[in-house]
Ligand binder design. Structure first.
Ligand code: NAD
Length: 394
C-alpha cells in the first residue's frame, strides 16, 4: 500500500482529505489541531461573536473511512532526499507520496518590533487572544483610566484588516456598556500604507466599505505606513506615533517557511512552484496546494492566497495524487473566481459575486450563503445541519 500523507487541514488539505476519503484511497492526514478551522470567519471569533466551536470542524467528522488516518502533530521538516517527515512530537514518517497544504504565516516585512509587540489573527487561538486582550483592557480601565487602554490599532486594511475592524466596531458598544465606559472614549484606527483600503475590489465598493467603517466609528488612515512598533506604540513614517494597548497586525501573509527550508523553488511569498497538475516542479511525488502553492493563471499571474482557490485545489490534489499512485493521467487545475466578499460587521459588507457588485445587507447575506455552501462541500448535509443552529444563533 502506498504511503500517502496530506500535510495540513486548511481549506486545501481538508478538501483533499475529504476527497481521498470518498474514493477510499488510503492516506494519513497530519494537522496541528484535531479540527479544521474556518479561517475566513476568524474575525467573528475575535470580535466576540458566537462560541469558538462555530469556527471549527472536527477532522473525525470529515474523514471517516478505515483507510483514512489522522495524526495530530506539527510537521517540522520535510527531508525530500530520504522521503521522511519530521514532526514536533519527534516521530518520523516515511512517505511515498505527499500532498502539502501547510498554509501561511504572518508577513512582518522585517519591520522592527512588529512581531514582538503585535497580535495577529492567524488561527482560533490568536482570535481568542485578541478578544480576551481587548476585554482585559476594558476591565482594567476602571482602576487605571489610561486612554491607551481604549485605543485599538489595526495595521493593514486588506480583507483581513477591514473584516476584523468591522467586527470589532460592532462589538465595542456592548463591551463599553458592560464596563461602564463611554463609547466615545474608545478609538479604533485602521492604518494602511497604500492610498486605498481593499485594493482588490472596485473603487466604488471600496468607498462604500470606507463609509461603512467610518459610520461605525473607525478612523481610517491611508497613505500611512507603519515603520516600527515598540511596546504599546506604533511608529509611522514621517515621525508620528500612536500609543495603543491593542495593536493587531494584518499587513500580509507568506507561505509556511517549511517549503523554503525543504529546498523547493519558491516565489517571493515563499510559495512552492507547481505545474498545471499542482505537482511540484522539483519533485513529481509531491503535490502542493492552497497558500503553500505558487500557481499561475492563464496570463502568468500568480493566484492570490484565498480560501476559494485553496478549496478548488483540494479536489485536484486528491484526484492527482490518487492518479499518480495508480499511474493514471493527471488532471489540470483551472481556477474559477467566484468573487470576493468582505464583511463589515455581522450584517453588512461589500464585494462582487461572479462579477456583479454587491453591498450592504445583500453582501452580508451572500457571505452567510457562501459559508453554508462551503460546509455542504466539505461535510455534506450532515455537517451543514450540525453547524446551522450555531450559525442561525447569530
Ligand atoms: P493583504 O496583503 O491582502 O493586505 C495587507 C494590507 O496591509 C495591504 O493593503 C498593505 O498595503 C497593508 N500594509 C502592509 N504593510 C504595511 C505597513 N507597513 N503599514 C501599513 N499598512 C501596511 O493581507 P490580508 O488582508 O491578510 O489578506 C491575505 C490574503 O487572504 C489575500 O489574498 C486576501 O485576498 C485573502 N483573504 C480573503 C478574505 C475574503 O475573501 N473575505 C478575507 C481575508 C483574507
Amino acid at each position: 500500500m502506498a504511503k500517502t500523507f496530506v500535510l495540513g487541514a486548511g481549506y486545501a488539505g481538508a478538501m483533499a482529505a475529504v476527497q481521498l476519503d470518498k474514493i477510499a484511497e488510503p492516506f494519513t492526514l497530519i494537522n496541528k489541531t484535531p479540527y479544521h478551522t474556518l479561517v475566513t470567519l476568524l474575525h467573528e471569533a475575535a470580535g466576540g461573536r458566537g462560541t469558538p466551536t462555530n469556527y471549527t470542524v472536527n477532522l473525525s467528522d470529515l474523514v471517516r473511512r478505515e483507510t483514512s488516518n489522522i495524526v495530530i502533530d506539527e510537521v517540522t521538516g520535510i527531508d525530500r532526499e530520504k522521503r521522511v517527515l519530521k514532526t514536533r512530537s519527534g516521530q518520523e514518517h516515511e512517505y511515498e507520496w505527499l500532498v502539502i497544504a501547510l498554509g501561511w504565516v504572518s508577513e512582518y516585512f522585517g519591520i522592527p518590533g512588529l512581531k514582538e509587540h503585535s497580535l495577529v489573527l492567524n488561527d482560533l487561538d490568536t482570535a481568542i487572544q485578541i478578544r480576551e486582550h481587548i476585554e482585559q483592557q476594558f476591565a482594567a480601565y476602571k482602576d487605571d483610566p489610561n486612554p491607551e487602554r481604549l485605543r485599538i490599532v489595526v495595521g493593514g486594511a486588506g480583507l483581513t484588516g477591514v473584516e476584523l475592524a468591522g467586527e470589532l466596531l460592532d462589538w465595542l458598544p456592548s463591551l463599553s456598556a458592560k464596563y461602564g465606559i463611554d463609547r466615545s472614549l474608545v478609538e479604533l484606527q485602521n492604518i494602511e500604507a497604500m492610498s486605498t483600503i481593499l485594493p482588490m475590489i472596485s473603487e466604488s465598493l471600496r468607498s462604500e466599505a470606507a463609509r461603512m467603517l467610518t459610520e461605525k466609528g473607525a478612523i481610517l488612515r491611508t497613505n500611512t505606513k507603519i515603520v516600527e512598533v515598540t511596546e504599546n506604540e506604533v511608529h509611522l513614517e514621517g515621525g508620528e506615533s500612536v500609543k495603543a494597548r491593542t495593536i493587531i497586525w494584518t499587513g500580509g501573509v507568506r507561505a509556511n517557511p517549511l517549503l523554503t527550508e525543504a529546498g523547493f523553488t519558491v516565489d517571493r511569498r515563499g510559495r512552492a512552484k507547481v505545474n498545471e497538475y499542482l505537482q511540484s516542479v522539483d519533485d513529481p511525488r509531491i503535490f502542493i496546494g492552497g497558500d503553500s502553492a505558487w500557481v499561475e493563471d492563464e496570463n502568468g499571474r500568480p493566484l492570490p492566497p484565498t480560501a476559494q482557490y485553496a478549496t478548488q485545489m483540494g479536489y485536484v490534489l486528491a484526484a492527482n495524487v490518487s492518479s499518480a499512485i495508480h499511474r493514471q493521467p493527471l488532471r489540470a487545475f483551472h481556477a474559477h473566481n467566484m468573487g470576493t466578499l468582505a464583511s463589515v460587521g455581522p450584517e453588512v459588507g461589500v464585494g462582487n459575486m461572479f462579477g456583479i457588485p454587491v453591498k450592504g445587507l445583500a453582501a452580508g447575506l451572500a457571505k452567510e450563503a457562501s459559508k453554508l455552501k462551503y460546509l455542504y462541500q466539505i461535510g455534506g448535509l450532515r455537517l451543514t445541519a450540525q453547524k446551522t443552529p450555531e450559525i442561525a444563533h447569530f
